[in-house]
Ligand binder design. Structure first.
Ligand SMILES: *[C@@H]1O[C@H](CO)[C@@H](O)[C@H](O)[C@H]1NC(C)=O
Length: 581
């Protein structure tokens, strides 16, 4: 079994990280340098992209290249590199050369006009360095549209490595029927002092990401955490101590007195707190997935901090998928053991649900958006081969690993060693004040956690939907940890109030109260869509809201699980110290 798994891991690893020559990033003089054409799309929406050659640009004359490379992560992000056909040789200057000449027919004219009117940009890569260029220019007063036909590449090199690229677009030609477009290029090599390690620095935007507001918000959240932790521990200590005192006094009274006395509060529900919540199957699948996602988030962010992953296209997504697959046993272990403790019988069904909950959600959303993308011919459409790869990762890696985890979890941690016995008959939940109802407590629970992360959300959204490279993963890790602490504090308080109101349904309510953070994030995403982006149309709207829903759901599972873990520790603690006859 283990053998099979390790073989599969190796295979999946090689699917995920197909490497090529460009990975060494060193060149000898006159060695071939490949200019890759990536995508073209409107400037105002970085996520709406089409293949570069979907516009009637022409390909250069060179047809053979010595290597090709693409990773799963790239493909999932809609990166589909095509060779430009231009001859570029390391340190070999190319004077202005015509690589093809096109005469515009009606259809091509219409396409180019559309692109220029919508501020289309295109993107290229040379030695993994991104290059952006604008398609054309318009003169609205005269209602004239131009296209840039000359690409001037200034490439800086440091010893045997490429460290800098500038593109200048020149020679604009008026777009009209029958116009001759001589597409030309030019390459100038210049020695540069930029160090290879620093070559991505010019794409980063410290004045945006390290803005005072960003630092301030983190400082703010941090203070909030300290305040909250202090407050929560103080209140709980005091009230709990009072509760214990009251309960121990009760014990000294005889039964008669006790019946007349004021018996109320969380101790009353000791026979029900560890009662299995409704929908145990779904609940344990969510918690298992949550444990896994927490681990994946933590590992990916840490790797991003260490490895400066932004310098390689798609590597973050590839690594994310790889780590998700590799951590599947965690999901099985925690989901399976929880299900066993809750006395669940259909553990195989529970395991399947645990394993496929998130993949099904992600694939379902991606599939739906893909349909629309294919209809619009966008380059976001995910190739069929990639879908097959994803499905096989799910069935041949994630499922067996989840099985291993589930079996381990059921056997090692499947015993329900609760501190209190569960009564045979469920206690009725008494009438409560309106603000103690679940539909009030649950949405209230998300407010503070959302408050601690929403500025970071702005930076993450902006880097995803606009031309910015996110690189401040240290901030992200900090915010993630702050979020965890805030969520735990808030859900513990919620659970305490609920239990005091003799409502013992703390499992789902702590999960949902924490997960409601994601609901606010989604509302914020809607706000962001309306006021901060310039997207429009069916494709862009579904794309945005589809992926944002996925993001929010994932976040919701993470925060929900964090809330549940914190609360269950708390509940266990308070009921284990109280003596029950
Ligand atoms: C690219 O442009 C920048 C800013 O104008 C300049 O400092 C740099 O030297 C240019 N690089 C090359 C290789 O021409």
């Amino acid at each position: 079994m283990i053998n099979v798994i390790s073989t599969l891991l190796v295979i999946s690893h090689s699917i995920l990280f197909v490497s090529g020559d460009e990975h060494t990033h060193t060149y000898t003089d006159k060695e071939e340098v490949v200019l890759w054409m990536n995508t073209v799309g409107p400037y105002h929406n970085r996520q709406e992209t089409y293949a570069y050659f979907s516009l009637p640009f022409c390909i250069g004359s060179k047809s053979e290249i010595s290597h090709y490379h693409e990773t799963l992560g790239e493909a999932l992000q809609g990166v589909e590199l095509e060779f430009s056909g231009l001859e570029i040789y390391f340190k070999g200057n190319t004077p202005k050369t015509v690589y093809c000449e096109a005469t515009l027919n009606e259809e091509q004219l219409k396409t180019f006009l559309y692109a220029v009117k919508n501020h289309y940009w295109y993107q290229m890569y040379i030695d993994d360095l991104p290059i952006w260029g604008i398609v054309g220019e318009m003169d609205e007063s005269k209602n004239e549209y131009y296209i840039w036909t000359h690409k001037k590449l200034d490439i800086g090199y440091n010893k045997n490595q490429i460290v800098d690229v500038n593109l200048t677009s020149e020679a604009k030609v008026l777009l009209k029927l029958g116009a001759k477009l001589p597409f030309t290029y030019e390459v100038n090599w210049k020695p540069s002092n930029i160090k290879f390690e620093d070559r991505f620095d010019k794409y980063l935007d410290p004045s945006f990401f390290q803005h005072r507001i960003h630092w301030f918000s983190i400082f703010n959240s941090f203070m909030m955490v300290i305040f909250l932790v202090g407050l929560v521990s103080m209140i709980l200590m005091r009230t709990l101590r009072k509760d214990y005192a009251r309960y121990s006094k009760d014990e000294e009274m005889d039964d008669m007195e006790r019946d007349l006395g004021d018996e109320y509060g969380w101790k009353q529900v000791h026979g029900d707190v560890f009662r299995t919540p409704s929908h145990p199957l779904l609940f344990s699948a969510l918690i298992g997935t949550g444990y896994q996602l927490i681990l994946v988030t933590f590992v990916v962010i840490s790797l991003a901090i260490i490895g400066e992953l932004y310098t390689e296209r798609g590597s973050l997504v590839s690594i994310g998928i790889f780590i998700y697959a590799a951590t599947a046993p965690v999901n099985g272990y925690f989901g399976g053991s929880l299900y066993a403790r809750m006395g669940g019988k259909v553990w195989i069904r529970q395991m399947m649900m645990s394993a496929f909950l998130l993949p099904a959600l992600v694939c379902g959303t991606a599939f739906f958006i893909n349909f629309i993308a294919i209809y619009y011919h966008a380059s976001r459409a995910i190739p069929f081969s990639i879908m097959v790869a994803v499905v096989s990762i799910c069935t041949f890696i994630i499922l067996p690993l989840t099985l291993v985890g589930t079996v381990l979890g059921r056997n090692l941690a499947g015993q329900p060693n609760y501190p209190c016995r569960i009564n045979a008959v469920p206690r009725p939940i008494p009438e409560k004040k309106w603000f103690m109802e679940l539909f009030v407590i649950i949405p209230l629970g998300g407010i503070l956690p959302f408050g601690s992360i929403f500025i970071e959300m702005y930076f993450i959204f902006t880097s995803f939907w606009a031309y910015k490279i996110y690189y401040v993963y240290g901030f992200m890790l900090l915010v993630f940890m702050i979020l965890v602490v805030v969520v735990i504090c808030v859900t513990i308080v919620c659970a305490y109030f609920l239990l005091n109101a003799e409502d013992y349904r703390w499992q789902w309510s702590s999960f949902l109260a924490a997960a409601s953070t994601a609901m606010y994030v989604y509302v914020y995403a809607t706000y962001y869509f309306i006021f901060k982006t310039k997207m429009y149309g069916l494709f862009q709207t579904t794309f945005y809201f589809g992926y944002m829903a996925l993001f929010s759901i994932t976040l919701g599972i993470i925060t929900g699980t964090v809330g549940y873990i914190g609360t269950s520790k708390f509940v266990r603690k308070i009921y284990s110290t109280v003596k029950i006859d």
